[in-house]
Design a protein around this ligand. Structure first.
Ligand SMILES: *Cc1c(COP(=O)(O)O)cnc(C)c1O
Length: 466
């Protein structure tokens, strides 16, 4: 496809600007451009077609099934975007006088109240811009708490081996040593290993429940009791809240602070680079350590982002919560779990789940046997799915499962969509046995086939070369 600059034809354009009816002035010396800007010259038709063609090359939730596990790629209702686009919200400045920002303040306080109720927390900040940023903020709460008590020997954060990679990264960013806690054969935290790791140097534990294997840890009360018994605090990675919102509260599980991914669970599209929202909630005793905006709230203490964070993301979360209501929120979670279990049950006809039993909002398949039999890897299968009009699941994560495919269908998919997806998966199982070479070469019909993923992520070329 040609770049918009390559499509440019000198002199072409669409003239909408009226004739100038004010005196022309020239800019002071040195401020003007030496040459006119190099803008593409195209008709409105050309521009409209160019961008329509570009967006047709992108695969999103609006195009089809997108079971990217741990990412909660669900459909976000348009009404939430409409609310966030209201001029009263988009046109406001954070330093506008308090009397002029009452509506925005009410959005923040109502969203905080509802999300605190959902998580079982006493207070919340919307400053962090993403999940990992929220983790960083939450672990800083833990650090400030220990520091304020003069308890400076606590230098270790415990992280289960099924954790999202951002958890150990966060603990390291906050200056902690990381202790890896192995999972038992059931995919849950190995209690004996946890007990052995706990001590006077334990600052806290970071845990997501349900975990990234899609399993709810039944020992959660015992886990948080053990950590507290050793003087540590418990951090809940709430990126997987889609499975439990309105049904089970991290606060009741014994967690002291939590982050939520507003851009997974609460109506902001995830992917595409933001803006996002990593709301951080905490219990009463950690309230004093929450970040403040020096300019808006005054005072000192930590600040992790400007003003109130990505405010419009909070508007979407509130609109989402108010449209679903007290019954709708747990119902969404129940349907997310139902959909995952339905798809798992259908795929079990051929595929091997990494763990037995019921799952929560997502599940992990272990394709090592298929690979041994046919040579077809999780990557080959994921790439072939693209030819069948489906976004691949998350691959090779969590790290403790080999040849892992992690599927999260979400509550916004119909039974028909899940059935179609299951048919494709089962068909590809047969194809792997009949024609593995075909799958090694897949995708055959995509715009981009098998890029060097590291180079594509680290050295993307995003500018028109001069
Ligand atoms: C997505 C996710 C995160 C990180 O969230 P970002 O907004 O991508 O930084 C952390 N933990 C879990 C379990 C997640 O799924």
């Amino acid at each position: 496809m040609q770049l918009i600059f390559e499509k440019s034809v000198p002199g072409r354009g669409t003239e909408y600007l009226p004739a100038c009816d004010v005196p022309e002035v020239s800019l002071p010396e040195g401020l003007g451009r030496k040459a006119p800007p190099k803008l593409p010259e195209l008709s409105e038709t050309d521009v409209s077609r160019h961008y329509t063609q570009l967006c047709q090359r992108v695969y999103g939730v609006n195009c089809g099934f997108y079971p990217l596990g741990s990412c909660t790629m669900k459909y976000n209702p348009r009404i939430d975007e409409e609310m966030a686009a209201l001029p009263g919200f988009t046109g406001i400045h954070p330093l506008a006088p308090e009397a002029a920002t009452q509506g925005c303040r009410e959005v923040l306080s109502t969203a905080k109240k509802l999300l605190c109720e959902i998580t079982g927390m006493a207070d919340m900040t919307f400053q962090p811009a993403a999940g990992a940023h929220g983790e960083f903020t939450g672990v800083l709460l833990i650090k400030q708490y220990h520091d304020a008590r003069g308890d400076r020997k606590r230098c270790k954060i415990l992280v289960p081996d099924s954790a999202h990679g951002t958890n150990p990264a966060t603990a390291a960013m906050c200056g902690y040593q990381i202790v890896n806690i192995p999972s038992g054969p059931d995919g849950c935290v190995d209690l004996e290993a946890l007990k052995a790791a706990l001590g006077e140097d334990t600052a806290g534990l970071m845990l997501t429940n349900p975990n990234t294997l899609g399993l709810f840890d039944r020992n959660i009360l015992e886990i948080t009791r053990l950590v507290h018994g050793a003087g540590g605090l418990c951090y809940y990675d709430g990126a997987n809240l889609n499975a439990v919102m309105g049904l089970a509260r991290p606060g009741d599980m014994g967690f002291d602070c939590v982050h939520l991914n507003l851009h997974k669970t609460f109506a902001t599209p995830h992917g595409g680079g933001g803006p996002g929202g990593g709301a951080v909630g905490c219990k009463e005793f950690l309230k004093a350590y929450l970040p403040k905006s020096r300019l808006m709230d005054g005072g000192d203490g930590i600040q992790v982002r400007s003003f109130a964070g990505n405010f419009l993301v909070v508007v979407k979360a509130l609109a989402y919560l108010l449209t679903l209501g007290k019954e709708g929120v747990p119902q969404a979670a129940e349907n997310a779990v139902l959909n995952a279990n339905y798809l798992l049950a259908r795929l079990k006809e051929r595929y091997t789940p990494a763990y037995e039993g019921l799952c929560m909002h997502e599940f992990v398949l272990d394709l090592s046997e298929l690979k041994k039999e046919t040579g077809v890897s999780a990557l080959d299968l994921a790439k072939t799915l693209i030819d069948y009009g489906m976004h691949p699941p998350t691959m090779y994560f969590p790290l403790i499962v080999h040849e892992a495919l992690m599927l999260e269908p979400t509550e916004t998919e119909s039974k028909q969509t899940l059935d179609q997806a299951a048919e494709v998966f089962l068909k590809l199982w047969d194809l792997a046995h009949e024609d593995p070479a075909y799958m090694h070469e897949a995708p055959h019909h995509a715009q981009i086939r098998r890029p060097d993923e590291v180079r594509a992520a680290r050295n993307p070329i995003l500018c028109q070369p001069e």
